[in-house]
Design a protein around this ligand. Structure first.
Ligand code: SF4
Length: 359
């Protein structure tokens, strides 16, 4: 006679829903991919990796001109819309090796998209092993992005991440070989999709079908590493330090202000408006700072060591911004990292900034 334990275990096995973890960037594609699989009765949770380079909720939160934009964390917001649990994982330290030395190189800017994708899917693979989940979902679409989302790169991501056929891309699955979740019948391949190319129309139509009307602008706009100006500032930082090392504070400060490098060994970070000025205030214990005391003007942080001559040059540049711009002489308050202050008088630097100073 079969025991009670046998039936309990049997029933559990029969009833256990397949479980999937969905990479949630906060954009539309990953949202639709997760939703597609949820509609098939799979238990889905989301995972979001925080590299420090995410755009949302940072500059939008700081700059006056972005005041009208939502200050939400889009990944959390997507999870809320879908009604799923979201795991936010800090990968700042581990991500450095991806960005500093990507095996597959960079995209149009400093975006190591293919290595980044492999890294994140690999992290998700580790996560499902540790948490007893069955497979991984991403919002990848063949042909959507020139570097990481091509037909040729799909198997590379699956293989080099170690996820292999545990990686399901619901939005383009029908154009790929069946994965384990499809072969096992955890999901019905017929109800998956075959989207290809850069057009956003199929995704927008699908969003409408699901009744999703509010979503973040997708594809590329969510990561500073795809931004030309940001990438130039990152390369400049590495060159100036003669090292590719960086800290989260560096990542954050590259998002804010005008960066001006008059000499290889120092640069100025000039607040462009009040919100940025208040943000930079938080860094005054780590950097020498300057602010015009005779006229209203921006807060400026100095990254680097200054000689006496450099100090006057930096003050002259600082005086170019704000109401001191056309003054003959201005008073400049200089604050050291320990809080001690002194004041010097300078003339605002005249004329255009020499080429190459503004990063
Ligand atoms: S855009 Fe940024 S976050 Fe997205 S894959 Fe590329 S490097 Fe990674």
């Amino acid at each position: 006679m079969l025991s009670y334990e046998y039936f309990s275990e049997f029933n559990f096995t029969m009833m256990k829903k397949p479980q999937a973890i969905a990479l949630i960037s906060g954009g539309l594609d990953s949202m639709l991919a997760a939703k597609t699989v949820m509609e098939q009765g799979v238990h889905v949770e989301g995972i979001n990796f925080f590299t420090g380079f995410c755009v949302e909720g940072h500059t939008h939160a700081i700059r006056e001109k972005d005041k009208s934009k939502a200050k939400r964390n889009n990944a959390l917001w997507v999870a809320e819309q879908l009604g799923i649990k979201l795991h936010i994982v800090d990968v700042i330290e581990e991500y450095k090796k991806v960005l500093i030395n990507p095996k597959h190189g960079y995209g149009a800017n400093m975006n190591p998209c293919l290595d980044c994708k492999i890294f994140m899917v690999n992290k998700a693979k580790q996560w499902i092993s540790e948490n007893g989940f069955d497979f991984i979902i991403t919002g990848e679409v063949i042909g959507q992005r020139p570097m990481s989302q091509r037909k040729a790169t799909m198997p590379i991501v699956a293989k080099q991440s170690g996820a292999d056929d545990l990686l399901l891309r619901p939005l383009c699955a029908k154009n790929l070989e069946p994965t384990l979740p499809e072969r096992e019948g955890w999901v019905d391949r017929e109800k998956l999709h075959s989207i290809t190319g850069r057009s956003r129309k199929p995704q927008m139509a699908m969003a409408k079908e699901f009744g999703l009307t509010d979503y973040a602008q997708p594809a590329g706009g969510c990561c500073f590493l795809t931004d030309k100006n940001y990438s130039a500032k990152l390369v400049d930082l590495w060159q100036a330090r003669n090292s590719r090392e960086y800290e989260l504070d560096d990542v954050m400060l590259l998002k804010v202000g005008r960066h001006i490098r008059p000499k290889p060994h120092f640069k100025l970070i000039v607040a462009r408006e009040e919100g940025e000025g208040r943000f930079l205030e938080g860094y005054r214990r780590e950097y020498i700072s300057m602010k015009c005391s005779s006229h209203s003007g921006p807060l400026v942080l100095i990254d680097g060591e200054l000689s006496a001559e450099d100090l006057y040059l930096a003050a002259g540049i600082t005086a170019r911004y704000g109401q001191s711009k056309n003054a003959d002489v201005v008073d400049m308050a200089i604050t050291q990292k320990d809080g001690s202050e002194r004041s010097i008088q300078v003339q605002p630097l005249a004329g255009d900034l020499p080429e190459g100073w503004l990063i």
